[in-house]
Design a protein around this ligand. Structure first.
Ligand code: G3P
Ligand code: CA
Length: 259
């Protein structure tokens, strides 16, 4: 028993279901997103790409090979071809018949029920995707500062600058892989001119990095926690949110006295 733990304060932690609650249902499907809601996540994270005929769809890889019964690049298939694919049975028989969702279908089903962390995945393959995502949000009045929690993020930082110009009231995030482990204060300050979140690979997170992100008034939500130990480490380091396949690993921990 750790006597230093007090129940008096509970640290709030933003709980983001990565590709939905993807440990429990096939990633980036309606079933995984609903599971994230059921498990009380604050946000579902979704990966957005574009079909051959210019429709926005939700899938992580740039090909359909790993997560469906089809083959080929997302951008070489029409929406109709994509919608015919089974995106569930690779995960388990129980999810046979799950489809690759359309982006607008996810907005319509989940807006107001849970926050949506929208990742533009490989936007360099899909010229104009930033404007198209912005249009879908604007059609629904989701581009305005209101209670609907929407964040847009990407590893492609130029894409985030473009997106921010279309959606000035929506928070944006820069994703940062391992190559950003030596990110400088100057680089963070430049990100802060258009982004509100610096979301790094969890393996580059240190107390110093968290302090420096906060010093430029950004928040930090590392990815991707896949064990209780990883979630606990990030929690005790004091990040703002945790992007996880297991929403149940992220909860309001008791705060340690003096910590
Ligand atoms: O939300 C961040 C995380 O999703 C980035 O990595 O490869 O899972 O899209 P990836
Ligand atoms: Ca993602």
């Amino acid at each position: 028993k750790d006597d230093s733990i007090t129940k008096q304060g509970q640290q709030q932690m933003i709980n983001v279901a990565h590709r939905g609650a993807s440990a429990h249902a096939p990633e980036n499907t309606m079933a995984a997103f609903q599971k994230g809601v059921d498990m009380k996540s604050d946000y579902i994270e979704i990966d957005v790409q574009m079909t051959k005929d210019g429709e926005l769809v939700v899938i992580h890889d740039t090909t359909v090979d790993r997560t469906t019964n089809g083959t080929g690049p997302v951008g070489d298939l029409t929406l109709e071809e994509i919608r015919r694919l089974d995106a569930g049975s690779w995960f388990s028989e129980e999810f046979t018949g799950e489809k690759i969702p359309a982006f607008e279908e996810v907005l319509d089903a989940f807006r107001g029920k849970v926050g949506i962390l929208i990742e533009l995945k490989s936007p360099e393959l899909y010229p104009g995707i930033e404007e198209q995502v912005a249009e879908a949000l604007k059609e629904r009045n989701m581009n305005l500062p209101n209670n609907e929690k929407i964040i847009i993020q990407s590893f492609n930082h130029d894409s985030m600058k473009r997106s921010k110009a279309f959606l000035q009231a929506i928070p944006h995030g820069v994703l940062a892989g391992m190559s950003w482990s030596d990110v400088t204060d100057e680089q963070l300050a430049a990100f802060a001119t258009y982004a509100d979140y610096f979301n790094p690979n969890q393996n580059i997170v240190t107390p110093d990095l968290i302090d420096r992100v906060h010093a430029v008034d950004m928040q930090i939500m590392p990815y991707t926690s896949r064990s209780q130990e990883q979630a606990d480490r990030l929690f005790h380091l004091g990040v703002d949110g945790i992007i996880t396949d297991y929403p149940e690993h992220v909860y309001d921990h008791p705060v340690k006295k003096g910590a």
